[in-house]
Design a protein around this ligand. Structure first.
Ligand code: PLP
Length: 430
């Protein structure tokens, strides 16, 4: 049973107990709840910046230049993007909306890669006009559309081919992307032909190759396997006259939610850079697109216990955060640590921690041993990635507030949504 002996919390040291109270940096979690209510996402600036710095240090190499591109979809709050832009990061986007967020946060279009299997012509126009660095193209028809749109705008689009290396990253099927049965990427058998055909299209220019094999990956091996296949393709493409400037290895590095032991940024990146140099591909740029591993452990979801409810079968803690606020448990059966903000003495009972939403899938955690009473605050740890970005308004619930802690300061990054905001743009019939 995971989570039974949480003597040290999984996640980032910026989020820890002092005496028996959970703190985010210098601020007690209960002070955040008092100021902004619950449910609320709380992020540690120090934790985000520390993770970003670890990547910067891991990226140091004699011959290979590394370009850091944060995957916006993990947490797209403007202030989060702003912090990373200030540290010199570029961004990996998957929609026109994400591009607009990056620009609004002060990010540079010239450091943006545009990923995604279904870009529309309108999104391509937006990205070309903004001047993004590269489109990661995933199919021949997407390439043809991009060539037409670029012609219409009088531009040449820089493209990387996202290939599907067909490796099993050993993750949940919903977050694995590099198997040949997944919708993502161009099959290896087709990639070299497509690289050759690009030369015939006047408004696209091949500059790179890309892959992204999944998410929450906790070993380096699948990346090395994918890298070898990608480098084989680079060799084959260059034999046919293509010139590949950069190799984009995607994101996907896992974090510790409970007892996982993922590699650090350093342990992940250095073997990959070493392999690239050893195979004679130094003096190129390597791009990486981490998302979860930058922000995941930097955030918690604060929620209050509304009721404790015991049935003959189970004890339930009914809390004020639901699957609309944090969908990972319902969607992927993800297990995140849940702790009481105030540690109390007593005999733990096993609870299912469930939300108020009218679905049986509305649970945040199952079978967790906690000492708990009605009114108690709980923190769902490791909620900084794929938390708020996946929140919905199901059951007409406003999305949570988002707060950033920096030392002893709290900043409200986004207020809680009100019901009026939810239906403000709807119209009654005449
Ligand atoms: C989702 C995604 C990422 C980031 O994945 P993480 O698991 O959050 O690191 C990077 N690149 C692409 C193309 C993605 O789709």
């Amino acid at each position: 049973m995971k989570f039974l002996h949480l003597s040290t919390l999984p996640g980032d040291p910026h989020i820890a107990y002092r005496q028996n109270t959970l703190f985010i940096e210098q601020v007690g979690a209960s002070a955040v709840a008092e100021a902004f209510g619950t449910p609320t996402y709380v992020y540690s600036r120090g934790a985000i910046e520390a993770a970003a710095r670890q990547y910067a240090e891991a990226a140091a190499h004699d011959t290979v230049r590394v370009a850091l591109r944060y995957a916006v979809k993990a947490n797209s709050n403007l202030a989060v993007l702003q912090l990373l832009a200030r540290l010199g990061w570029g961004f990996d986007i998957v929609s026109g909306g994400e591009l607009q967020r990056v620009l609004a946060a002060g990010g540079q279009a010239g450091k943006v890669v545009f990923s995604g299997v279904g870009k529309t012509a309108a999104e391509m126009r937006l990205a070309l006009d903004a001047g993004v660095d590269c489109f990661n193209v995933e199919s021949p028809n997407e390439l043809a559309l991009l060539d037409r749109v670029a012609a219409e705008r009088g531009k040449t689009a820089r493209v990387a081919l996202r290939v599907n290396p067909d490796v099993d990253a050993g993750t949940h099927p919903y977050i694995s992307t590099g198997l040949k049965t997944n919708k993502f990427g161009i099959a290896q058998e087709q990639a070299v032909d497509l690289a050759v055909r690009i030369a015939l299209l006047p408004h696209v220019q091949l500059v790179g190759i890309a892959c992204h094999i999944g998410s929450q990956i906790t070993t380096v091996e699948p990346y090395l396997d994918a890298l070898d296949k990608v480098l084989d393709l680079v060799e084959a493409m260059e034999r046919k006259g293509a010139r590949i400037e950069h190799i984009d290895l995607g994101g996907g590095l896992g974090i510790r939610y409970s007892d996982e032991t993922p590699p650090t940024a350093q342990q992940w990146l250095q073997p990959l850079l070493a392999r690239i140099a050893a195979r004679g591909f130094g003096h190129r740029t390597v791009m990486v697109e981490p998302g979860r591993s930058v922000v995941g452990n930097a955030g918690v979801l604060l929620t209050r216990t509304l009721f404790v409810k015991s049935t003959p079968a189970k004890h339930f803690a009914v809390v004020d955060a639901g699957m609309n606020d944090l969908i990972r448990p319902a969607l992927y059966h993800a297990e995140q640590a849940v702790v009481t903000v105030q540690r109390r003495d007593g005999a733990p009972r096993r609870y299912d921690i469930v939300g108020p939403v009218c679905e049986s899938a509305d649970w945040l955690a199952r079978d967790r041993a906690l000492v708990l009473d009605e009114g108690d605050l709980l923190a769902v740890l490791s909620s900084g990635a794929y938390g708020m970005v996946m929140a919905s308004n199901y059951n007409s619930r406003g999305r949570p507030a988002e707060v950033l802690i920096d030392g002893n300061e709290m900043t409200l990054l986004r207020p809680r949504e009100t019901a009026e905001q939810l239906y403000a743009s709807e119209r009654l019939l005449p």
